[in-house]
Structure formats: structure tokens, C-alpha cells
Write a protein that binds this ligand. Structure first.
Ligand SMILES: C[S@@+](CC[C@H](N)C(=O)[O-])C[C@H]1O[C@@H](n2cnc3c(N)ncnc32)[C@H](O)[C@@H]1O
Length: 280
């Protein structure tokens, strides 16, 4: 993807993203589901000596949060200078510099890390969807991971993108066909074209790179965001976020999401695909 388009997109994204979960209960729920999956699938495999990479870790907000969940050290790896400048500020403010480092680089060519040098990898809110050379990225992630290491990686969902373009955007026939045929979605003029995945296509991509696939979660599978949840200024509130403000409803929805989100016949309902694999 063109670096200038990405840089201008992430320049504004970096400023807005850290506020989203504070304003939108939809994003708070989505973040809590992701955290729970990481607690179950990655935390038991981390030791004090482990190094976990947050691939496409952006502003460091996940690494900071995960430093309370995962043992060992974390590295935020990203290609955007703007995101990493914010990450550096966030890490100093949260006094986590002894646990979290930063590395600038591209996931399609991770020159900064040697073969078999990382214990586990997480990648949240779809850095993979911004990468056109998907095979290259999957192979690089396989190369840097130690044997026995796990990867939990997210992508925008293919089936959800089609459903959303029909139901929320009333997209024209040409746009729908392009998405259905090429698995590429354009959400808004200021967002670059993104690669989407089904459970099947993300599992094939990483199996072809050598990984042993465990499972794929949909995140979330039942709750659907409102258009206001994508407000770049993070000022508007959606009807679904208002509904989720009731704490009994929030708890029930969270529990039901976790009950079904890795079910093989349900995962493709997800807004995002979150795939778990291992380097044997
Ligand atoms: C949607 S943001 C998510 C950031 C972070 N994971 C979060 O949840 O807040 C996607 C991130 O992927 C990074 N990214 C995109 N393409 C990349 C590439 N080829 N190599 C490294 N990072 C990349 C972007 O710079 C951006 O920080």
C-alpha cells in the first residue's frame, strides 16, 4: 500500500484511537472481548523471560494494557512514525518503559528481528488488512516466531464487510461485486482500501506459511456497531452503545459473545476475524 496514503491516514488515526473506548461502549466491549481471548490463549504461554510482539501495535495502547496481562516483555512493532511517536509518549506516561520497547519496521520485511527471536505475537485491529503482500507478511511472522510460539492475529471480516455494505451503506452493484470477487473493501474516502478475510481464507494464508492453525474467533459476532461508533472525532454516541450502557445487558452480551465466538459455524459472523495459530 502507498506509504503516503497510509501515513496521512494514521496521522489522524493516531490522535483519535486512544479515545474511542472511553467514549463508545461498543468499542469498550470489543476491547474487553479481545483482552479475554488474549488472557485465555496467550497469557498461559508467557514466562518472565518471554518477548511478545504487538505487530502493527500503533500507539502502544494494547502493549500498555497487555503488560498487566502477559508476563515478560513486549515490543510494539509498527511502520508509522506518527503512531510510534504517540506510543513513545504513552509508554513513558504509563511508566511501562521497563517492560515495553518500540521497533519501527514493515511486517512484509521484518529486518529488525532474527529468525526464531519472538515468543508470541499478537496483532489487533487488523494491521494485516493494510498489507497487500499478505504472503510475505505471513512468512515473515512465521520466520521471527520461536518454535512452540503462538500468533493471534486480526483481520477485517469478508462476510461482515459484504453484509455491512448491503445493509448499512446500500452500496452500488459494482462496489458489491468488487468486494465479493476481490475481498477488498473501501470503508470511507479517508480510509485506504483494506484486505478482508473469512475464517477459511485467513487460516489458509497462515497454514501456507507453515503455521499449525488452532481456531478463529469472530470479534464481535452478535453486536453490530452503529455508524456513530466510527466517528473520527469520537464525539457521537450510537444506539447500540447506549443500549450497552446497562451493565446487566453488557455482562450478558459479553458472556454470550464468548460462548459462541470461536464456534466454527458462527465465527464468520464476526466484524473482525481473530486467528490463533502455532509454529510447531
Ligand atoms: C488500525 S491500526 C491498529 C493499531 C493498534 N493495533 C490498535 O489496535 O490500536 C493498524 C496499524 O498497523 C500498522 N501497519 C499497517 N501496515 C503495516 C506494515 N506493513 N508493517 C507494520 N505496521 C503496519 C499501521 O501503521 C497501524 O498502526
Amino acid at each position: 500500500m502507498k506509504k503516503e496514503i497510509l501515513d496521512s491516514f494514521f496521522n489522524s488515526y493516531a490522535k483519535a484511537v486512544d479515545k474511542a473506548a472511553a467514549v463508545s461502549v461498543f468499542w469498550r466491549l470489543s476491547d474487553e472481548i479481545i483482552t479475554e481471548i488474549i488472557k485465555r490463549e496467550i497469557a498461559p504461554h508467557c514466562k518472565d523471560s518471554s518477548l511478545t510482539m504487538d505487530a502493527g501495535g500503533g500507539t502502544g495502547r494494547w502493549a500498555i494494557k497487555l503488560s498487566g496481562v502477559l508476563k515478560g516483555k513486549l515490543v510494539v512493532f509498527d511502520r508509522s512514525k506518527d503512531m510510534l511517536t504517540k506510543a513513545s509518549e504513552n509508554i513513558s506516561k504509563s511508566n511501562t518503559s521497563n517492560r515495553i520497547s518500540i521497533a519501527e519496521g514493515d511486517l512484509t520485511q521484518i529486518d529488525e528481528f532474527a529468525d526464531n527471536s519472538i515468543d508470541n505475537i499478537v496483532s489487533i485491529y487488523s494491521p494485516l488488512s493494510f498489507i497487500y503482500e499478505q504472503d510475505k507478511a505471513a512468512k515473515e511472522l512465521f520466520r521471527i516466531l520461536k518454535s512452540g510460539g503462538r500468533i493471534l492475529i486480526m483481520s477485517h471480516s469478508y462476510h461482515n464487510a459484504i453484509a455491512s455494505k448491503i445493509n448499512n451503506y446500500r452500496a452500488d452493484a459494482e462496489e458489491l461485486q468488487k468486494l465479493a470477487n476481490e475481498q477488498v473493501v473501501k470503508w470511507a474516502p479517508y480510509v485506504p482500501e483494506l484486505i478482508t478475510h473469512s475464517k477459511e481464507s485467513i487460516e489458509k494464508l497462515f497454514a501456507d506459511a507453515g503455521f499449525h492453525i488452532h481456531k478463529t474467533y469472530g470479534v464481535p459476532v452478535f453486536v453490530q456497531p452503529g455508524p456513530e461508533d466510527f466517528d473520527p472525532e469520537n464525539e457521537k454516541k450510537s444506539a447500540i452503545s447506549e443500549y450497552l450502557e446497562n451493565s446487566d445487558i453488557y455482562k450478558s452480551v459479553f458472556e454470550i459473545e464468548m460462548r459462541f465466538n470461536a464456534n466454527e459455524t458462527v465465527a464468520n459472523r464476526g466484524m473482525n476475524m481473530f486467528m490463533l495459530a502455532e509454529k510447531k
